[in-house]
Design a protein around this ligand. Sequence first.
Ligand code: PHE
Length: 342
Amino acid sequence: MIEKINNLKKEILDKLSEIKDSKALADLEVFYLGRKGEFTKILRDISNVVPEKRAAMGKAANQIKKEIQEKVNEFKMQFESKETQEGEEDITLPGVKFETGHLHPITQLQYEMEDLFTSMGFMTLSGPELESDYYNFEAINIPPYHPARDTQDTFYIDSKNKEGENDLVMRTHTSSVQVRAMQKHGAPLKAIVPGRVFRSEATDVRHEHTFYQVEGFVIDRDITFSHMKGILELVGKKLFGPETKIRMRPKYYPFVEPGSNGEYTCFLCHGKGCNLCKKTGWLEILGSGMIHPNVLRAGGIDPDEYQGYAFGFGLNRLAQLRYKTDDVRLFNSGDLKFIKQF
Ligand code: PHE
């Protein structure tokens, strides 16, 4: 019996010397020393040995088992230290970059505008995206059936008011917050309203159904068009550089009188004319004008006492110009390849 045990010991030690990794070692351990292992079976057989010899044999067998187990443990430790060494990081390799997200380019621009305007004493306000027909159109001098509604067709929500009219729309511009702000804060008032707006557009590279604006308005005594021009010129210099000039030409919006657009000298060609500005030297960036008396009245402000100006920037247009993107729809696309560039 002892011979059998010694043979098995030799067999195990031979196999051990050939083993190359901890997985094979673990397998070997189970095969010989596990609960149903070869060596364990022999130990169990000792109970059949005649009682006189049993104790001595058991002792010898356990001694051999201990030796084998020690050998196995020794190998185990060797493999473990070798394997952790191999698994250790090579600190000369370039590190793994942690991916952190960043603000969407439109949001970056929006924050920039907010910083600029709050530094000039403007409040930042917001209003609902799902807006009443009243605040989006009627209150700002766009009555039902006014042709100006055609240029701002939007998504109407299927909910009727007492008169049976559809009276909820996705707001078509941030001008919807003008009268809300007047009603809430009264005059004098100096605020900007950044926000998301919606139009029923056949989309193309310059038109999106969902986009962003920054509205601004100032209401106080003795406010004139030149105050507005001064502020807007400053914004242009801040956005496109100190050389930037502004030009304002008449443009019709029902809620301002007089109304004007706002064009900045093209920051790419500095007014010489290039593809970006379609050879004009100017980029049209905003709508603006003196707030119409009807709008002030709707906001509970007496137009004989107060005047005001209002303007609206298209943030997508600004972003498109700044980053020279060729398709405005990319901003809403959720395409990470695009977004990660900013
Ligand atoms: N609301 C106008 C638009 O979306 C922009 C505008 C704002 C024009 C304020 C004049 C005054 O086109």
